[in-house]
Design a protein around this ligand. Structure first.
Ligand code: NAD
Length: 363
């Protein structure tokens, strides 16, 4: 059992839920609500751990704070198979169990989607990332996070000495985030040289046709069926010659053992917590710039919060662009000036806001 470490921000609530009737286990971490009710995704996986949820909930506190959203951070995990035919049933049972937990607003995450949010909303009247038919801004369909990553790239490239036009990009994980990032980056003139998923990596020095790559992933289920390029092993993606690397899959994929092999000049963290702290330090020593998750991938939660505040799609995209560009510049300026990790620069600014809000509330 993971030991919970409490610090000056939280967590404020950790719940273990169990439905004996359907043998459903779930966990919720509400990290901090000083800025408002916590928004955070519902991760569905048979192996999601409390430790992972604690770290992801903290990431959401920092992400929502620095993005200037009126929300705290939280995260939920349902221990189940995301492809189970019983999915609607267990989501509805989960939703009933959290109905009175007003300080937590569920959103989509790995293993959950707009349809799952609609079931939760139907049971509780509270969820974001809803389907369009019930007033939602479908953030994965619109590619909110990938759009934000491309906006982040525009600002970060000069700090890494790269011209975005013609920059070679490798994307690890070709799901909602990876596909949209590839699409928006190629629209800005970048060249997608590699992409991976759980079945393998596809690589082409000359660049892959993004529409064909996305089409292949959608129709055949894996990037390795792409007609162009060379197939490689899953983890080969990290040592590919490229300018920009985007981890967009699972936590801790960049670590002390592979940080030295990375050839990119810039890493944009599309996934949450994709790099260990130790690896970020190695990358910094090697002169590789890494924009932390809670700055680079904030597009999804910004759109979710805009939906919750009943804003339009255009207002949401404008907010993603302006907030991510402003924050990327802010933290990279600070990190360069003070010679610190961009993550440390960003954490300092995000924490300051939360602590200030905590002082003015009864805690
Ligand atoms: P997704 O389930 O749509 O896609 C994940 C992809 O990663 C899949 O293609 C899967 O095959 C691949 N993958 C899994 N393990 C892999 C591995 N070891 N190597 C290579 N590929 C692997 O998920 P998503 O919504 O795209 O989210 C991806 C990450 O981004 C997660 O960490 C999530 O928390 C984070 N994130 C998502 C959003 C969002 O808007 N969806 C917002 C912020 C952060």
């Amino acid at each position: 059992m993971c030991e919970i470490t409490f610090d000056d921000l939280g967590p404020s609530k950790v719940l273990h839920l169990y439905s004996k009737k359907i043998q459903l286990k779930a966990m919720i971490v509400v990290d901090n609500t000083a800025l408002g009710p916590a928004i955070g995704g519902v991760r569905v996986s048979p192996v999601v751990s409390l430790e992972e949820l604690l770290r992801l909930a903290r990431t959401m506190t920092l992400k929502n704070s620095i993005a200037g959203l009126p929300h705290g951070g939280g995260k939920a995990g349902i221990l189940a198979d995301p492809k189970s035919p019983e999915k609607e049933h267990y989501f509805r049972v989960f939703a009933k169990m959290i109905k009175e937990l007003h300080e937590y607003i569920p959103g989509p995450d790995m293993g959950s989607d707009e349809e799952a949010m609609a079931w939760i909303y139907d049971e509780t009247g509270r969820a974001c990332g809803l389907p369009e038919e019930i007033g939602g801004l479908p953030l994965d369909k619109l590619g909110a996070t990938g759009f934000g990553l491309a906006e982040c790239a525009e600002v970060a490239c000069p700090y890494a000495g790269i011209d975005l036009k013609g920059a070679r990009v490798a994307v690890q994980g070709f799901g909602s985030v990876g596909k949209a990032a590839a699409r928006f980056l190629s629209e800005k003139g970048a060249i997608i040289v590699a992409a991976s998923d759980t079945q393998g990596t596809i690589y082409s020095k000359e660049g892959l046709d993004v529409n064909h790559l996305i089409g292949t992933k959608l129709s055949k289920g894996a990037v390795r069926y792409c007609k162009e390029g060379t197939c490689m092993e899953v983890d080969d993606l990290f040592s590919i010659e490229c300018d920009i690397l985007i981890p967009a899959a699972i936590p801790d994929v960049i670590h002390e053992k592979n940080a030295d092999a990375i050839k990119a000049k810039l890493i944009l963290q599309g996934a949450n917590i994709p790099a260990t702290r130790a690896s970020e330090e190695i990358l910094m020593r090697r002169g590789i710039l890494s924009v932390p998750d809670f700055i680079a991938n904030a597009g999804g939660v910004i759109m979710a919060a805009m939906e919750y505040a009943k804003k339009t799609e255009k207002e949401a995209f404008d907010a993603i662009s302006s907030k991510i560009k402003k924050n990327t510049k802010l933290i990279l300026e600070k990190a360069t000036k003070e010679k610190i990790l961009p993550r440390i620069a960003a954490e300092g600014l995000a924490k300051e806001k939360v602590l200030k809000a905590m002082r003015s509330r009864e805690y």
